[in-house]
Write a protein of this length. Structure first.
Lengths: 428, 198
């Protein structure tokens, strides 16, 4: 027999005639044997009657249908978020708009596929396949061709093409090419130029003219030319190379220009002109801004530029690590035979970088340069090295030597921390 | 043959106003009772019901689940009722609420069920008790007692399941009895019963 609690939960439904026949029989059976529940039920019945009585007075008296139908308003235009058609019910005719709306589930995926295909087609070609991608062409105008160093087949270069390592780019008389490299670096290559993109931080300009905006990574960006190398540490500058020599115009930042024999440090507003041999000539206060204005007058393709920014320019900029180290050595105008470098050997490190040693006078006029091979640092028992001053310079009386030590990352990645640099005088 | 709400909705959308008339017939009691619950004591229930059906007809193309037409209509009705109250608020402020007005002509010697209690007292006490119910219980109670709707019809209109409605009405009945006993409205029945049994 059901409990009183169960029975009382059926009470209202019993009064409202909402019980199944099984429940009803159970309920009545219980009531016959339970006076408490019977009394409870009678109370509920009494209240139910009163409620119907009270609320019944306010019951709807008339049928509202005719008055409502007599003044039916206009139906709104269907919205796209409208009704779903349900299986099994086919309306006689459907308004045109709701028919369009019912096709949305079909249209949307198709539209998405078309959009995806369009995006795919517009996306820079073969980026996925090109693992060695280092940059992207942001604008190609006029006659521009590119090819690979290993093959000779040049083909037309288009905006949004991907730049891979070891790509050769050739511009015709009217050609102009804008490209971005990882780093990020933005470049403008003018007409009649031949450039090899060695990697994202190294370019070889065989001939012609290029303007570069180098940012980010503190490690040197290098531009090779037939006459010597240009190394920069984050700057804007223009390189113009021809049969007569190479000229570098610096808009801002610092640029180091060097050939086999000598070097020059250029700063904003200065220009260095150099040949394969000899000391670079440095001119100050040249109209460098003009180079910048010329480069900025050509705007990249907006889509390609966005792509470049998302893919390359957003690359995390490495924190500035130890790179170049600068020492000043007082010589008090005494002749110097050698420069002595001291460092702290790192007993655990391997893969040391070789170091370029640039020696200038106090006015930053270059004197000579030297190279310390990485093997020197491999020998852990060693903590100093003498760099001899060339014989022809030993007689020069300078009050101070300005020594810049710059790692050559090509030979190794591990940098060396120099502790002291001193000048060795000549006994007179 | 009885059509489902869904079929009737589609017919309306196809321009068949007869189908809408069928929906009005089916739901006028529910809409009226809802309107009565919100604004009935100011005599606006019929106006609100008409407005609600017109609003439903206007926005019928926007219905997302035609199979739940009842619950959708309930939403529209409550909105229309709220707007009606807002619109008429200035006028209503100075008007006597319906219970007392109706009670005047509802006075009928034969329906005086309470020992000495006037029908007005019962009317007001019942309304007070319903207003004191949990919000969710109120509309099912009103639908049940004002229009005598079946549990099935109530559940279609409120969107709650049949079993939920059965539970709600059972609990609401118990609560109403308790609060009315406290007000000594139905207590007399106990006394009568005891006298009878004793």
């Amino acid at each position: 027999m059901a409990s009183c609690i169960q029975i009382r939960s059926l009470q209202q439904a019993y009064l409202d005639d909402e019980l199944s026949s099984g429940e009803k029989l159970q309920f009545e059976e219980h009531l016959r044997e339970c006076p408490a529940c019977t009394r409870e039920m009678e109370n509920a019945r009494f209240l139910t009657v009163r409620l119907f009585e009270v609320f019944g007075r306010d019951r709807l008296q008339d049928d509202l249908t005719s008055s409502i139908m007599a003044h039916l308003p206009e139906m709104d235009t269907p919205h796209f978020s409208g009704v779903r058609r349900v299986k099994g019910f086919q309306p006689k005719s459907v308004s045109r708009l709701s028919r369009v709306a019912s096709l949305i589930p079909v249209f949307v995926p198709v539209l998405l596929v078309i959009l995806a295909a369009l995006l795919w087609a517009a996306w820079p070609t073969s980026f996925m396949k090109e693992a060695k991608a280092v940059g992207v062409i942001t604008l190609s105008r006029g006659e521009v061709q590119s090819g690979h160093t290993t093959g000779h087949a040049f083909q037309e270069t288009k905006t949004k093409d991907i730049l891979a390592k070891d790509v050769l780019v050739k511009t015709g008389e009217n050609g102009l090419l804008l490209f971005g490299l990882l780093g990020p670096t933005q470049a403008t290559l003018y007409g009649n130029s031949l450039l090899q993109v060695v990697n994202e931080r190294e370019l070889l300009l065989e001939q012609g003219r290029i303007f570069l905006d180098v940012h980010g990574e503190p490690r040197a960006f290098r531009v090779g030319t037939p006459h010597g190398d240009i190394r920069v540490m984050g700057t804007s500058f223009q390189v113009d190379t021809g049969p007569q020599g190479t000229s570098v115009t610096v808009v801002r930042g610092q640029v180091l220009v060097e050939n086999d024999k000598s070097f020059a440090l250029l700063t904003g507003g200065s220009q260095g002109v150099f040949q394969k041999g000899g000391v670079p000539e440095v001119y100050q206060n040249v109209p460098a801004k003009r180079c910048l204005e010329e480069a900025r007058s050509v705007l990249p393709d907006p889509g390609a530029e966005r792509y470049f920014r998302s893919q390359y320019a957003a690359a995390p900029i490495l924190p500035a690590t130890v790179q170049k180290q600068i020492f000043m050595v007082e010589t008090r105008r005494r002749p110097v035979s050698a420069v002595k470098l001291n460092w702290l050997p790192d007993p655990y490190a391997e893969g040391h970088a070789g170091y370029q040693v640039y020696v200038s006078d106090s006015a930053l006029n270059p004197l000579f340069k030297a190279y310390i091979a990485p093997d020197v640092f491999k020998d852990k028992s060693r903590d100093s090295l003498l760099v001899a001053v060339p014989e022809n310079l030993q007689g020069e009386a300078v009050s101070m030597l300005h020594i810049t030590l710059m790692p050559d990352y090509k030979s190794g990645q591990v940098e060396t921390s120099f502790t002291e640099v001193s000048a060795i005088g000549i006994r007179q | 043959m009885r059509h489902t709400d869904e079929e009737l909705v589609f017919r309306c959308l196809d321009g068949d106003t007869e189908a809408f008339a069928a929906l009005v017939q089916r739901y006028q009691h529910a809409v009226y009772a809802t309107a009565y619950h919100y604004a009935g004591r100011y005599g606006g229930a019929e106006d609100i019901s008409q407005e609600a059906f017109w609003a439903a007809f206007r926005s019928l193309p926007q219905i997302r689940e035609p199979e739940h037409f009842g619950a959708w209509l309930k939403g529209i009705t409550t909105r229309v009722a709220a707007n009606w109250l807002r619109r008429n608020a200035p006028r209503l402020r100075n008007e006597t609420p319906l219970p007392r007005r109706r009670a005047l002509f509802a006075l009928d010697p034969e329906s005086a069920v309470h020992d000495g209690d006037s029908p007005e007292d019962l009317y007001e006490a019942v309304h007070r008790a319903v207003d004191a119910l949990p919000e969710r219980y109120q509309l099912p109670v009103v639908l049940r007692y004002v229009q005598e709707m079946s549990y099935e019809e109530i559940s279609r209109f409120t969107g709650e399941s049949y079993d939920e409605i059965r539970g709600i009405l059972n609990r609401a009945g118990k609560m109403l009895r308790e609060s009315l006993e406290q007000e000594r409205i139905v207590q007399s029945q106990h006394g009568n019963e005891r006298q009878e049994s004793g």
